[in-house]
Write a protein that binds this ligand. Structure first.
Ligand SMILES: Cc1ncc(COP(=O)(O)O)c(C=O)c1O
Length: 486
C-alpha cells in the first residue's frame, strides 16, 4: 500500500512539482474557443454528475486547473479564456504562478499546510513572526492589529461584533461586566444583548452570513426568506458619467446621501443606536458604484462626530487592482478608518483595526481555524511578487489602456455602452439594459473573454495583477467584435 502510494506520488505529484514544469508552462498567445457554446459537452456532463449531490445553478463551466496558466483559464472542453473576472476578483497572480507553486515545495511549509491549527488556541511557533512580516507589512496605514478569519462574510460578521463590543465597552466606561449583562445575553435581551445597529448603504454587498446579510442590499436573491435586523440603510451616491461633465449633479448626490446618513443615525438613536457604518470603497457586486474621496472623508467626519466606527470593506477592492494596495488610500482620509476587512486576493480573510477593537475578555471573537497559516504562506509570496515585479504600477499602466479602450468603445457604440468607470484595472461599463448586458457577457465568452456582471446593467473587469497592456488590447479587440454583432 505504502509503496503504491509513494509510486503514485513520485510519478504524478513530484513530476508536477518539478521546476521543469514551471518553465515550460507559458501563456497562450490568445484565447481559443473550440466549442459552439460554453459550457461545452464535457462541462455539461460534469454538471449532471454534480447535480446529483449539489446545487449547480451558478456553475458556468468546469475548469482545468492543471492547464490554466497566468491570465488564461482552461476549461475541460479545451476552451482557453482570457480571464478578466478571476474567480470573482480573487486571483492576484493568475493561475499556477511559478512562485506560488514553489511555496509548498518546502518541507517546513508543507507541514504548516498539513497541520492546520486552531489558531486561537494552538498557533505554531512561527505565527507571531508571520503576522508581523506578512500581514502587518501590508496593513493599512495606522492600523496595527489584525484578526484573521476565513472568508469575506465571516470577516465582516466578526468585525461587526468587534464594533458592538467596542461600543458597549465605551458606554460601560471599561467597567467589569455585571451579572445582569451576563444573564440577559443568554436569552437575547438587553442589557447583555443590546439593541444596536450597523448602518449600511443601498446597493452594498458585505456577505451572506446572517449579520452581514442584514447589510447586503445588492440583489433580492441573496436575502429572500431570511430574517434581517432592523438596521438603517442609507442611499449611496448615484453618479453620472463622465465625472468631469457631471460635477454639480454628483456633488449633490454626495450631499443628499451624507445628510441621509446623519438623519438615520438620529432616527435610530432611540431604537437601535448605530455603533458603526460599513461601506465599500467601490460598491462591487451592487454595480461598481463609486463615491468621491470627499464623500468618504465626510462620512468619516460623521462617524467621528457621532462616536461610531467606520468599517471599510475591502474584501473585493483590497490587494492592488485599483492601483493602490487598499482602495481607500485613494481617499486620503484624515485619519485611518477604524476597521478594514479583507479576503479574496489576500488568500485568507480578516480585518485590520487598532487596540480599541480587541475585546477585554478572551473567546469573544473566536472560531476554530481563525484563518489558515498555509494561506499566509501563499500571501507572503504574493506580496513579494507584487513588490518585486512592481505590479501596482503595472495595474496603472494596463488599467489606463483598458479604460481608454472602453471609453473609445463607448463612443463607437453609444447606443449600447456608457459610464465607463473605475480605478486601475478595477473597471466597469454599463450596458443599455440587463438583457443586452447578459448577451454581451455570453458573447464575450464565446470570443474567449471571461468577464462578469454586477448590478443590473454593468460588466465588470477584475483581471489579475499580472494583466498587461497586450492583454487589455486582446479584450478590447474581442469586445469590439462582440459589439459589432449586437
Ligand atoms: C465587498 C465584499 N464584501 C464581502 C464579500 C463576501 O465575501 P465571501 O464571499 O468571501 O464571503 C464580498 C464577496 O464578493 C464582497 O465583494
Amino acid at each position: 500500500m505504502r509503496s503504491l502510494w509513494l509510486n503514485t506520488l513520485t510519478k504524478q505529484s513530484l513530476y508536477r512539482l518539478s521546476t521543469k514544469r514551471y518553465s515550460t508552462n507559458v501563456e497562450p498567445k490568445e484565447p481559443v474557443v473550440k466549442t459552439k457554446s460554453i459550457p461545452g459537452p464535457k462541462s455539461i456532463e460534469l454538471k449532471k454528475q454534480l447535480d446529483s449531490v449539489q446545487a449547480t445553478g451558478t456553475i458556468q463551466f468546469f475548469a482545468d486547473y492543471e492547464k490554466s496558466i497566468g491570465n488564461y483559464i482552461y476549461d475541460v472542453d479545451g476552451n482557453i479564456l482570457l480571464d478578466v473576472y478571476t474567480q470573482i476578483s480573487s486571483v492576484p497572480l493568475g493561475y499556477n504562478h511559478p512562485r506560488l507553486y514553489k511555496v509548498f515545495n518546502n518541507e517546513q511549509n508543507l507541514k504548516t499546510l498539513i497541520n492546520r491549527p486552531a489558531l486561537g488556541v494552538f498557533p505554531g511557533k512561527e505565527w507571531p513572526e508571520k503576522l508581523h512580516s506578512v500581514l502587518l507589512n501590508i496593513a493599512p496605514k495606522g492600523l496595527n492589529k489584525i484578526t484573521t478569519m476565513m472568508c469575506g462574510s465571516c470577516s465582516n460578521e466578526n468585525a461587526y461584533k468587534s464594533i458592538f463590543i467596542w461600543y458597549q465597552n465605551k458606554l460601560r466606561g471599561n467597567a467589569p461586566l455585571t451579572e445582569q449583562e451576563k444573564n440577559s445575553c443568554m436569552i437575547n435581551i438587553p442589557p447583555g444583548a443590546p439593541k444596536l445597529s450597523i448602518l449600511s448603504f443601498k446597493g452594498a454587498f458585505h456577505g451572506r452570513t446572517l449579520g452581514a446579510l442584514s447589510t447586503t442590499h445588492s440583489k433580492y436573491i441573496h436575502k429572500l426568506d431570511v430574517p434581517s435586523f432592523d438596521w438603517p440603510i442609507a442611499s449611496f451616491p448615484e453618479y453620472r458619467y463622465p465625472l468631469d461633465e457631471n460635477v454639480a449633479h454628483n456633488k449633490k448626490e454626495d450631499e443628499k446621501c451624507l445628510s441621509e446618513v446623519q438623519d438615520l443615525i438620529q432616527q435610530y438613536a432611540s431604537k437601535n443606536p448605530v455603533a458603526g457604518i460599513v461601506v465599500e470603497p467601490i460598491q462591487s457586486e451592487g454595480g461598481d458604484n463609486e463615491a468621491s474621496p470627499e464623500f468618504f472623508r465626510s462620512l468619516q467626519a460623521i462617524c467621528k462626530k457621532n462616536g461610531i466606527a467606520l468599517l471599510i470593506d475591502e474584501v473585493q477592492t483590497g490587494g492592488g487592482s485599483t492601483g493602490k494596495f487598499w482602495a481607500h488610500e485613494h481617499f486620503e482620509l484624515e485619519s485611518p478608518p477604524d476597521v478594514v476587512t479583507f479576503s479574496k486576493k489576500l488568500q485568507l480573510g480578516g480585518y485590520f483595526h487598532n487596540d480599541d477593537f480587541i475585546p477585554n475578555e478572551p473567546y469573544r471573537i473566536f472560531n476554530t481555524w481563525m484563518g489558515d497559516p498555509g494561506k499566509v504562506l501563499l500571501l507572503e509570496e504574493v506580496v513579494k511578487v507584487i513588490q518585486e515585479e512592481k505590479l501596482l504600477a503595472n495595474v496603472d499602466v494596463a488599467g489606463k489602456v483598458l479604460k481608454n479602450g472602453l471609453l473609445s468603445l463607448e463612443k463607437e457604440f453609444p447606443h449600447i455602452l456608457n459610464s465607463t468607470r473605475g480605478r486601475g484595472t478595477f473597471l466597469a461599463v454599463n450596458c443599455t439594459n440587463t438583457k443586452v448586458r447578459d448577451q454581451i457577457i455570453g458573447a464575450l465568452k464565446l470570443h474567449g473573454i471571461q468577464t462578469g456582471g454586477c448590478g443590473e446593467i454593468s460588466i465588470r473587469f477584475r483581471p489579475a495583477l499580472i494583466f498587461k497592456e497586450y492583454h487589455a488590447n486582446i479584450v478590447l479587440d474581442r469586445f469590439r467584435k462582440v459589439l459589432q454583432g449586437i
